[in-house]
Design a protein around this ligand. Structure first.
Ligand SMILES: C=CC1=C(C)c2cc3[nH]c(cc4nc(cc5[nH]c(cc1n2)c(C)c5CCC(=O)O)C(CCC(=O)O)=C4C)c(C)c3C=C
Ligand SMILES: [Fe+2]
Ligand SMILES: [Fe+2]
Length: 335
């Protein structure tokens, strides 16, 4: 017998969408930064040195010296809403809430620090989510970011007796939705400048060069994103890697060296953007926008513009809506 037409055969399940980003300290002071860095830099996905060798370095020199320096940098970017990374991720989640009706709940979490991933999984489960779509907001896959977010997610699931079903958003480095959003956002921002940049420098977060040789796709995915964007931009595009950490060799060319080399080559007006970050954060606002600007101008540069990440812009939110709606297919379908 057929069910009546107005009677759904399958009841609509509750779905949780969980946006995940890297994490940030709770406050811009040395104690909070120390707690955050201790968790972050103890992750074997981030520092791939045998624990027996790394622990004494981490607790000896790194956690004794870096927290106060980093806290100083965090104070320069801190806002009334707190750390930019957390504030923007919260705004992205708020902008998505309700887009798929009231059976799809949207929440956000940080891999390190607060609000944590395990607590978010429990919150969603308590709110009735039988299915979770977890979205690490890293366009380019790396072991240090995407895989580490997955590790924390699976650990959060492991703590549950009755687990929700789980999907994860794949990296989207070459997805037309992402490339279109980047091109539109970069073109809009460049058109609004009061000068014409001679170059657009795309700066991605660095990684130890060794990870490339070990098979991490991060470097190739960054280069592919940059190529796809550059094919669509009228300004010439360069690529560099920022935020070197530790003594090992990192991916090259380095952003700071690239900025200092421009003026002697006659490149005096530039725009810089960080397409690997889905939200502005310490690495974009302080490292590029403040220190990058300073070193470019000190080397003889004349005009410098640091462009915003996609954040919760219209372009960025349309992209997230599209990427997530695709992964929700079968769990939730647009009427
Ligand atoms: C976007 C992708 C990122 C990759 C890849 C990445 C790799 C990576 N990072 C470190 C060390 C540090 N990163 C720090 C900050 C930081 N990193 C990312 C993103 C990626 N990191 C973001 C979004 C942020 C900003 C956080 C914020 O609060 O705004 C820091 C902390 C800040 C500092 O003390 O300088 C460190 C340390 C390594 C070692 C690594 C790859 C192995
Ligand atoms: Fe980092
Ligand atoms: Fe940095």
């Amino acid at each position: 017998m057929q069910p009546p037409a107005d009677h759904p055969i399958v009841p609509t399940p509750r779905v949780g969408v969980l946006l995940i980003n890297l994490g940030t300290p709770d406050a811009p002071d040395a104690a909070a930064v120390r707690r955050y860095l201790a968790e972050f830099l103890s992750d074997p996905r981030v520092v791939e040195i045998p624990r027996i060798a790394w622990k004494p370095i981490l607790h000896g020199i790194v956690l004794r010296t870096r927290p106060s320096k980093s806290a100083h940098a965090y104070r320069q970017v801190w806002t009334e809403e707190g750390s930019p990374l957390a504030a923007i991720t919260a705004r992205q989640a708020r902008a998505l809430a309700g887009r798929w009706g009231d059976t799809v709940l949207v929440d956000w979490a940080m891999r390190y620090g607060n609000p944590g991933i395990a607590a978010a999984v429990q919150r969603l489960k308590k709110a009735g989510a039988e299915r979770i779509l977890a979205a690490p907001l890293y366009p380019q896959y790396s072991g240090a970011t995407t895989a580490s977010a997955h590790d924390a997610l699976f650990a959060g699931m492991a703590a549950l007796r009755w687990q929700p079903a789980l999907r994860t958003l794949p990296a989207y480095h070459d997805d037309p939705l992402y490339i279109d959003a980047l091109v539109a956002s970069l073109e809009r921002q460049i058109a609004a400048l009061d000068f014409e940049p001679e170059r657009l420098l795309l700066s991605f977060h660095g990684m130890p060069e060794r990870t490339l040789r070990l098979g991490d796709p991060y470097h190739c995915q960054c280069r592919k994103t940059a190529r796809l964007v550059s094919e669509r931009m009228s300004v010439p595009v360069d690529v560099a890697f920022q935020s070197r950490f530790g003594r090992a060799r990192w991916l090259e060319p380095a952003t700071d060296a690239t900025l200092e080399a421009y003026p002697p080559q006659g490149v005096k007006r530039i725009a810089i953007a960080a397409p690997g970050f889905s939200a502005d954060c310490l690495e974009t606002i302080e490292e590029l926008g403040l220190r990058g600007r300073e070193s470019f101008l000190a080397a003889g540069g004349e005009q410098f513009a640091a462009l915003d990440c996609l954040n919760d812009s219209d372009e960025g939110m349309a992209m997230l809506d599209g990427l997530l709606s695709r992964e929700l297919a079968g769990w939730w379908n647009r009427p």
